[in-house]
Every structure is written in structure tokens, then in C-alpha cells.
Design a protein around this ligand. Structure first.
Ligand code: FES
Ligand code: FES
Length: 243
């Protein structure tokens, strides 16, 4: 009996040892598998980090390329423009100013105002360059025009009259005399255009009414006199010159 018990206990201890061994083997296998997984994860992480860094680099590099390309194309365009540029063509024109012959050249876009002032007729005033103030008024073939709204080339073959052609310092025109007598002049900036407009009015209508005088100088602005004295002066000039 005792021998049988001993044999049984030996069997049990052997079985226990076996199961213990199996468990330890399983544990080590699990540990190894976990280690492998973590190692794989690390490698994967490193790869993704590297990929991201590479993407960033390429993203940074791309706009730089674009910028240089843009600069190059802009330079090319500028070079093409410079090569294609030719100064504006000038046209020969002949006309008279206050009875004197003028032969010159003018670009197609040059206004009559700039042309006359460049030729030395600075009595033609530059006020607004937009047809609003009338300071640049001259007569072109007996018609009052804003020189800033006409082209220089339009003067070809025409007669231009400025305020200096209406009367001289020693021999004033009645309109000029009456402007002085009635105080129709203060700073004088509007005066050359105003007198030319009055001359055009009286040439066409020697005895205008006050209303017609107002209409005749409607395109001429004066910042100083308030117009009453100017209208009085033109009315008085009409009374003197009309026959
Ligand atoms: S400058 Fe010509 S209308 Fe004013
Ligand atoms: S007098 Fe000065 S703007 Fe007419």
C-alpha cells in the first residue's frame, strides 16, 4: 500500500512539473510575441515619421520652384515688352496762333492744351484737364473750345486765338478794359478763358441779354468774383462794341 501511495505522489509531482513547464513555455512565447509586435510598431512609427518629414520637405521645396518660375516668366515678359516698345509716333502739323504760323510735331494723344503750353503759349491756363473749369478756353476757327478736350493734331490747318491775340497791354480790347473797370478780375486765373469765352459770345451775338451772357460763360468757373462783376463787364463791353 505504501509503495502504491508513493508511486501516485510521484506521478502527481511529475504531472505538476509538466504543466509548470508548459506554462513557462507559453509565457516566454507570449513575451516574445509582444516584443516582436512592439518592435514592428516602432519600425512602422519610424517609417511614418520619415515619410512625413519627406512630405514636408517636398511641400516646402515646391513653392520655391513655383516662385522662381514666376520670376523668370515675369522677367521674360518685361524683356519682351521692352523689346516691343517704340516711342509714340509724332505727326507734323501746321496752324496759326494769334495770326502767327506754327509748324511742329505732336503725338496723337497730346492735347491742344499741352501742345500750346509746350510751344510757349502759357496764357492758356491748365485748370482741371477735364473740360470742367474753362480756364483753357481758346478759339479754334471762331469757336470757343476747351483746349484740354481737343487733340493737338486737330489744330492742323486751323486758326487758334488765345487771350493774347485779343488785345495787347498797350492796346486792350474793350472786353479786357471793361473787366478791369468793373472789377471782373481778382486772382486772374480764370480771366484768359473768361475773356476768350466772352469774345466768342459777342462775335456771334453782339447784344446779348444778361441771361445769354450767363449761358455764354456757363462753362467757365471763377473762384473769386462771384460772376456779377464779370457779367456787368461783358454787358458793358457789348454796349460799347455793338453797332
Ligand atoms: S483745364 Fe480745360 S476745362 Fe479746365
Ligand atoms: S478771378 Fe480768380 S478764379 Fe476768377
Amino acid at each position: 500500500m505504501a509503495a502504491a501511495k508513493k508511486a501516485k505522489s510521484r506521478k502527481r509531482s511529475a504531472a505538476k512539473k509538466k504543466t509548470a513547464r508548459k506554462k513557462s513555455v507559453k509565457k516566454t512565447a507570449k513575451k516574445k510575441a509582444i516584443k516582436k509586435k512592439t518592435a514592428k510598431k516602432k519600425v512602422a512609427k519610424k517609417k511614418t515619421v520619415k515619410k512625413k518629414a519627406a512630405k514636408k520637405k517636398t511641400a516646402k521645396k515646391k513653392p520655391a520652384k513655383k516662385k522662381t518660375a514666376k520670376k523668370k516668366s515675369a522677367k521674360k515678359k518685361a524683356a519682351r515688352k521692352a523689346a516691343a516698345y517704340s516711342p509714340p509716333a509724332k505727326y507734323p502739323i501746321s496752324f496759326t496762333v494769334n495770326g502767327a504760323q506754327v509748324d511742329c510735331e505732336a503725338a496723337a494723344h497730346t492735347t491742344l492744351l499741352y501742345l500750346l503750353r509746350d510751344l510757349g503759349f502759357t496764357e492758356v491756363k491748365n485748370g482741371c484737364e477735364a473740360g470742367d473749369c474753362g480756364a483753357c478756353t481758346v478759339m479754334m476757327d471762331d469757336i470757343a473750345v476747351n483746349a484740354c478736350c481737343a487733340l493737338g493734331v486737330q489744330a492742323e490747318g486751323r486758326e487758334i486765338l488765345t487771350v493774347k491775340g485779343i488785345g495787347t497791354v498797350d492796346n486792350l480790347h474793350p472786353i479786357q478794359k471793361k473787366f478791369i473797370e468793373h472789377g471782373g478780375i481778382q486772382c486772374g486765373f480764370c480771366t484768359p478763358g473768361m475773356i476768350v469765352a466772352a469774345k466768342a459770345l459777342l462775335d456771334n451775338n453782339p447784344r446779348p441779354t444778361r441771361e445769354e451772357i450767363k449761358q455764354g460763360i456757363a462753362g467757365n468757373l471763377c473762384r473769386c468774383t462771384g460772376y456779377v462783376k464779370i457779367i456787368d463787364a461783358i454787358e458793358a463791353a457789348a454796349a460799347e462794341t455793338a453797332t
